[in-house]
Design a protein around this ligand. Structure first.
Ligand code: GLN
Length: 534
C-alpha cells in the first residue's frame, strides 16, 4: 500500500515577513532532493477570493499558475524551488472558503442546520488541505498558514490544524513554527521571550509545535537552543536556526546543515538515512554567487517602490544571470519619472531594458519612451505583457506614422487601436478571475530570435491580460520590420512581436517570468542577458 500523505504545517509568530514561504519551499526542496514527491500550499486569511483583484502595493505580485489561478507570490517561490507546477488548489483564501460554504448553504446542502465557523468553515479548510493529498500523488503536503498566530482572522486555520493533528496523529502530521529571536544591541543579547510567548499563543489554540525555526541575525548558542527547547516543550534537535543570508537560495543549504529534513523524517517515523542530492542546486549557487561579469538592466515599471511587485521578474534575472556567469545589476526605474526631456539621461548606460507588466495609464508614456530608446539605440529589449503593448504603440507612432496610436485600455477612442480589447472580453463586467488566464499554446516562426531562444516550434506560456495586438495592423507592422514571431495556433492571437533587424528586441503577450526556476532558467531571460552582455 502506498504510504499515506504526510501533512506538514508551517506557522509563524512574533512578526510577519519572517520568510515562512522560503522555509516551506526550502524544506520541500530538501525532501524532493531525497526523492520524495512534495507540494506546498498557502492558506491566506484575507477575504478577497484571490489576490487577482489586489493592487500590487498590497501584497506584491500576483502569481499565475498553469491552470489560470491568480495566486499569492509565495507560490512563485514554491515553483522556483521545486521546478514543479502548482495549481488553484495550492492557494486558498478565507474569501474562497466562505464562498464555497455560502454556495453550499444556498443550495440547501446543510439541510436546515445553522452554518457556523466550527464545524462548517473548518471542515471546508480541512477539505482544501486534504484535497492535495487525496490522489496519492504526494508523499508530503506542506501547508503554509499566512499571517501570524494570534491574528483574529487566522483562528479558523489554527483550529483546522489542531483538528487534523488530532484526526491523523503525530506520525502523519507535523507543525513547524517560525519565530524571531531579536538581537538587542544595547545589551548585546539575543532574546527568546517573544518565541516563548508565541508558542504559548499556539498552545492556547491547542497546538504544540513539533519544530521551532528561529529567525536570527546572530548565531544561536547551545545554551539558547536548550533554553528554547525546555521552555517551549520541544526536543533539543527540533530547535532550528535560520540565520539571515544574502540570498533566499542559500536557505535550503542552511536548513540541511541544521538537519531540518532529518528531524522532520525522524518525527514522522520515516527513513532519514542518506543525504538529499543538492549538487545541481549548489552549482547554481556557485555561479550565482561568483559571477564573472556584470550587466546593468533597467526594469521600467510603476510599482518600483515595492520590489515584491516584480518578484518573479527579479528572480528570473537571477536564474538567467547565473547560467550566463553574470551578475544582473537590476535598476528599477519608475516609469512616471521618465519624460521626453530626461529619458536619455535616465536610460543611458543600461545594457538592456525590460518593460514590466501593468494595468492602467499611470506612467504609460514613460514606458513608451523607454521602448523607443531601446529600439532606436539597438539596446536589447524585453517587453512583458503591457511591455509588449507599449513597444507596439511606440512602433505604430514612430515607424508607421500613426501618431495617435494607442491601446484602447488607455484611450478608448484612439483612431488607431493597435492594442484592443480581446473579442471574448467585450461583454465582461466582473473584475475577479475574468482575464485571459493561465497556459496557452504558441507556435514560433522558424528563424526568429524567439525560435532560437526556445529551440522549439511549439511552446506554452502563462497569461494574464484583457487586451491584445490588433491583427488588423499586422501586415503594416510586418512590412515595416516588426514581425509576429509567435502566434496562438487556435485563435491567431499574436503572442510575440520582434524586430529582426535589431540586436534583440522581443515583446511577449505572456509572462515568461512565471516559468523560470532555479534549475531551469527561462530561455527568453537567458537570451536577453546573453544579448545584453555581448
Ligand atoms: N493591461 C494589459 C492588459 O490587460 C496588460 C496586462 C499585463 O501586463 N499583465 O492586456
Amino acid at each position: 500500500m502506498a504510504m499515506p500523505t504526510k501533512y506538514i504545517f508551517v506557522t509563524g509568530g512574533v512578526v510577519s515577513s519572517l520568510g515562512k514561504g522560503i522555509i516551506s519551499a526550502s524544506l520541500a526542496k530538501l525532501l524532493q532532493a531525497r526523492g520524495f514527491q512534495v507540494t506546498v500550499q498557502k492558506l491566506d486569511p484575507y477575504i478577497n477570493v484571490d489576490p487577482g483583484t489586489l493592487n500590487p502595493y498590497e501584497h506584491g505580485e500576483c502569481y499565475v499558475t498553469e491552470d489560470g489561478a491568480e495566486t499569492d507570490l509565495d507560490l512563485g517561490h514554491y515553483e522556483r524551488f521545486l521546478g514543479m507546477p502548482t495549481s488553484q488548489a495550492n492557494n486558498v483564501t478565507t474569501g474562497r472558503i466562505y464562498q464555497s460554504v455560502i454556495n453550499k448553504e444556498r443550495r440547501g446542502d446543510y439541510l436546515g442546520k445553522t452554518v457556523q465557523v466550527i464545524p462548517h468553515i473548518t471542515d471546508e479548510i480541512k477539505r482544501r488541505i486534504k484535497l492535495l493529498g487525496s490522489h496519492h500523488k504526494y508523499d508530503f503536503v506542506i501547508t503554509e498558514i499566512g499571517g501570524t498566530v494570534g491574528d483574529i482572522e487566522s483562528l479558523p486555520y489554527f483550529e483546522s490544524v489542531r483538528q487534523l493533528k488530532w484526526e491523523m496523529g503525530d506520525s502523519n502530521t507535523l507543525v513547524i513554527h517560525l519565530t524571531l529571536v531579536p538581537f538587542i544591541s544595547v545589551s548585546g543579547e539575543l532574546k527568546t521571550k517573544p518565541t516563548q510567548h508565541s508558542v504559548k499563543v499556539l498552545l492556547e489554540n491547542g497546538i504544540q509545535p513539533n519544530i521551532l525555526v528561529l529567525r536570527t541575525q546572530k548565531e544561536l548558542s547551545i545554551e539558547l537552543r536548550r533554553k528554547v527547547a525546555l521552555f517551549c516543550n520541544v526536543d533539543y534537535d527540533s530547535v532550528v536556526q535560520s540565520i539571515d543570508v544574502s540570498t533566499i537560495y542559500e536557505v535550503p543549504i542552511l536548513m540541511q546543515k541544521e538537519k531540518l529534513d532529518v528531524t522532520v523524517l525522524k518525527k514522522l517515523g520515516m527513513n532519514y538515512e542518506g543525504q538529499p542530492d543538492l549538487v545541481p542546486w549548489k552549482n547554481f549557487l556557485k555561479r550565482f554567487q561568483h559571477p564573472k561579469h556584470s550587466v546593468s538592466i533597467g526594469l521600467i515599471g510603476k510599482y518600483v517602490e515595492l520590489p515584491d511587485a516584480y518578484i518573479s521578474i527579479t528572480e528570473s534575472f537571477k536564474h538567467a544571470g547565473a547560467v550566463n556567469n553574470c551578475h544582473v545589476d537590476l535598476r528599477l526605474i519608475h516609469s512616471e519619472n521618465i519624460d521626453d526631456v530626461n529619458y536619455k539621461d535616465l536610460l543611458k548606460g543600461l545594457a538592456g531594458i525590460l518593460i514590466a507588466p501593468g494595468f492602467g495609464d499611470r506612467g504609460i508614456e514613460g514606458k513608451i519612451l523607454a521602448a523607443q530608446f531601446a529600439r532606436e539605440n539597438n539596446i536589447p529589449f524585453l517587453g512583458i505583457c503591457l511591455g509588449l503593448q507599449c513597444a507596439v504603440v511606440e512602433f505604430a507612432r514612430h515607424i508607421l506614422g500613426l501618431e495617435k496610436a494607442h491601446s484602447t485600455e488607455m484611450v478608448i477612442k484612439t483612431p488607431d487601436p493597435v492594442i484592443d480589447l480581446m473579442e471574448d472580453q467585450k461583454g465582461v463586467t466582473e473584475k475577479g478571475g475574468t482575464m485571459r488566464l493561465g497556459s496557452y499554446p504558441c507556435v514560433l516562426k522558424e528563424g526568429t530570435k524567439s525560435y532560437k531562444a526556445y529551440g522549439l516550434k511549439e511552446i506554452t506560456e502563462r497569461h494574464r491580460h484583457r487586451y491584445e495586438f490588433n491583427n488588423r495592423y499586422l501586415n503594416d507592422f510586418e512590412n515595416a520590420g516588426m514581425i509576429a514571431s509567435g502566434i496562438n495556433p487556435d485563435n491567431d492571437l499574436v503572442e510575440i512581436m520582434e524586430i529582426p533587424s535589431h540586436k534583440w528586441f522581443i515583446g511577449v503577450q505572456f509572462h515568461p517570468e512565471y516559468r523560470s526556476n532555479v534549475l531551469n532558467p527561462h530561455p527568453l531571460f537567458v537570451n536577453f542577458i546573453k544579448a545584453s552582455i555581448s
